[in-house]
Design a protein around this ligand. Structure first.
Ligand code: BTN
Length: 243
């Protein structure tokens, strides 16, 4: 990601969808589509993403990572690490990454990431990284279970542009580490900031409730859990949720 190519829109249905539509082979890596008003923001698992006009960051970043399918989740790891590092350096607050890629403050969700990858054979051709971060919004109206904003935490308004630049800078730093294939460094940092990386917790799997501890998050995104009887199990996205 060398340069930023910023496309700022007053209003759009979804920055991910917009970027998807305008991409061709000449669209440079580092292209960002950002908007003040997203009318049909998409969340994970076909949820909606709520964001009050002009209050938050809602944008999509185009990356062209040279990465194999079995390491696809490394993209998600570097993006979440970039976001929490930016927040730590700007605000001095430590946020957690809730697997797979929500940004959490205590038990509340500050930001969500929706990554849409276009594969070409066994490789990632490009990734659209959709990021929604609650910055100055104070009240949330949708039925999203536990939203929080930076304003709710620090009681002050923040400048959106400044936050965007910080976040992009820090994602670029981690993306560079990925380009140099320092996967161990990324995995260690991700683990250290992982929500509930200690102790036993309840999860809901397709086969029912389980109590287990997190052992690892693999490079392809698989969550490895272990029960107190030392039984290990692996789950991909959507196969399990935190209770
Ligand atoms: C989640 O459900 O946690 C993911 C939310 C992702 C929201 C962002 S906002 C910018 C981009 N455009 C979208 O339509 N969604 C993502």
């Amino acid at each position: 990601m060398n340069d930023i190519n910023l496309i700022a829109l007053e209003e759009v249905a979804s920055t991910n969808e917009y970027l998807k539509k305008i991409i061709d082979k000449n669209t440079p890596e580092g292209t960002i589509v950002i908007t003040n008003k997203q009318t049909k923001g998409k969340g994970q698992q076909s949820n909606k993403w709520e964001s009050e006009e002009g209050k938050n960051l809602t944008f999509s970043l185009l990356l062209k990572p040279f990465i194999m399918a079995e390491q696809i989740f490394m993209i998600s790891k570097v993006v979440s690490l970039g976001i929490i590092d930016a927040l730590l350096s700007e605000l001095g607050i430590k946020f957690k990454i809730k697997w797979p890629n929500d940004i959490y403050y205590e038990n509340k969700k500050l930001a969500g990431i929706l990554i849409e990858n276009q594969m070409s054979g066994e490789r990632v051709n490009h990734s659209i990284i959709g990021i929604g971060i609650n910055i100055n919004q104070e009240k949330f109206l949708s039925d999203a279970p536990n939203p929080i904003s930076l304003k709710n935490i620090i009681k002050k308004n923040l400048e959106l542009n400044k936050m965007l630049n910080k976040i992009i800078d820090h994602i670029a730093i981690w993306y560079e580490i990925l380009r140099y294939e320092q996967l161990e460094k990324i995995n260690l940092a991700y683990w250290q900031s992982l929500y509930r990386n200690e102790g036993y917790h309840h999860f809901m799997s397709q086969k029912g409730k389980i109590k287990a501890k997190i052992i690892e998050v693999k490079n392809d995104g698989k969550l490895i859990l272990e029960t107190s009887e030392k039984k290990r199990m692996g789950f991909y996205l959507r196969e399990i949720s935190f209770l």
